[in-house]
Design a protein around this ligand. Structure first.
Ligand code: SAH
Length: 253
């Protein structure tokens, strides 16, 4: 091979090497840029806050590791107004639209623990509210149906949940009616307080399944578990005092 041919070949390989190096560097820079995105670093900061919240709940007596793991993953600040975001990881209920509340994390964990969920079970929630509890149920690997009586809350919850990659079956309607077309449910969770156990929801429980609900009037409620043990047979136990917003009849636009 003549010298000039060797030089051209050398030049070709040097250029190829430089081009490849530049491509790799630009990819690295692209990755750094992605990580530097303020919304992404906010999300990971909040994720560590959710982990801290789960630890707090464990200290307060929540034992079910699946419940704790689910709650450690969910960005609770996404379910409240921006002005409330700084309080999202405190163990407190917070106001949402229409004068309603997103339940205190301890209460969410306590009710979810009482459900003793197994992946694949069909679960009906009454009172979608912000959608946070529905997200916890989705993280537990169950098939979630949830009903909300305020149209505005229902619409906001769809948007929030879908944005975060959760796709439960959400319905706008009166929870007292349940969803007979999708019954029976393995578990039913009520997140607003009825004064009496809704008859139609009892009928929509699978035999062997159960319902978790805060039962009582405005002065306070008893956390109640109602097990359906036979066609007409139910067994009721109580699990401490709580305060929820009332379960109201009908729907609101
Ligand atoms: N699970 C909710 C907590 C919401 S508070 C969350 O994670 O954010 C209780 C909710 O129950 C309120 O949004 C209220 O509007 C709703 N609610 C009250 N009565 C209802 C009914 N009959 N049917 C459906 N939803 C009802």
């Amino acid at each position: 091979m003549s010298t000039w041919r060797r030089e051209i070949l050398l030049l070709f390989f040097v250029t190829l090497y430089c081009a490849l190096t530049v491509t790799c560097i630009s990819q690295t820079v692209h990755k750094v840029k992605e990580n530097a995105d303020p919304s992404i670093s906010d999300a990971s900061r909040n994720n560590s806050k959710a982990v801290m919240l789960a630890k707090d709940l464990k200290r307060k007596g929540i034992r079910d590791e699946h419940v704790l793991a689910a709650m450690a993953k969910i960005p609770r600040e996404q379910f409240v107004d921006k002005s409330m975001a700084e309080y999202a990881y405190l163990d407190r209920p917070l106001p949402i639209e229409e004068g309603q509340t997103i339940s205190q994390p301890y209460t969410v964990a306590f009710q979810t623990e009482l459900l003793q969920l197994k992946p694949g079970e069909k679960v009906l929630e009454i009172g979608t509210g912000s959608g946070y509890q529905a997200a916890v149920l989705c993280e537990m690997g169950v098939e979630v149906y949830s009903i909300e009586r305020y149209q505005a809350l229902y619409l906001t919850a769809i948007e929030t949940l879908n944005k975060l990659g959760y796709f439960p079956h959400l319905c706008y309607g009166d929870g007292y009616e349940g969803l007979p077309q999708h019954a029976p449910f393995d578990k039913i969770l009520i997140t607003a307080a009825p004064e009496e156990i809704p008859e139609k929801l009892k009928e929509q429980l699978r035999i062997g399944g159960w319902m978790v609900l805060p039962l009582g009037g405005r002065q306070g409620q008893k956390m109640t578990v109602l097990k359906r043990t036979g066609e007409e047979k139910y067994r009721q136990t109580t699990h401490g005092d709580f305060i929820f917003v009332p379960m109201q009849k009908g729907t609101e636009k």
